[in-house]
Design a protein around this ligand. Sequence first.
Ligand code: C5P
Length: 213
Amino acid sequence: MIIAVDGPTASGKGTIAKALARHYGLPHLDTGLLYRAVGWQVAHTGGDPDKADDALAATAFPEALLDEPELRSEATGSLASRVSVHPAVRAALLERQRAFAHQPGGAVLDGRDIATVIVPGADAKLFVTASVPARALRRWKEMRERGEDVSREAIEADLARRDERDSTRAEAPLRQAEGAALLDTSAMPPEVAIAAAIALVDRQVAGNISSCS
Ligand code: C5P
């Protein structure tokens, strides 16, 4: 079974995707981490994230980089959003994501274009979202726990900027795929959002089976 989970930053999609993977016993790929690794690599090799050639060269990042804690930072998230607009970067990361999705038994992938580009034929598709203030509050709490000192206003502004860039780019913009179920987690604690996601996946899979029979 292949499960595609898309949505904006801090919508809860990562937590939901991990929980779905545990629930259904499937491997999970956080595809945002791949773009974060490219963003980190380009910045640390003296390249320009807004130049397609520099960003493309950075897609050959070393595998060990995926374990670097700094990839989770806000600064790396912004770099990821900048390198992800280049079609050549998206093309370079595409096969790796498709191969992960199509491994025997299936997988859960979360990102921005999983159900629209990477695996449009996924067995279940979720579009997870939440209001900008709800997402900024979550991100602010996470950052405070890590000892980072940033104002909520600054986080809101950064999220809005990233949403705009992710949704308006020409290549694979963030949008709800056809057939994807919408899950708004603004007012949901994580366990409620996870239960809702499992119910939506079960319903989609049951629907697919009955429409095939
Ligand atoms: O999900 P995360 O915040 O880690 O993603 C970082 C950035 O990587 C996003 O803002 C987006 O620009 C980009 N991304 C993407 N396609 C994906 C996953 C992430 O363009 N499938």
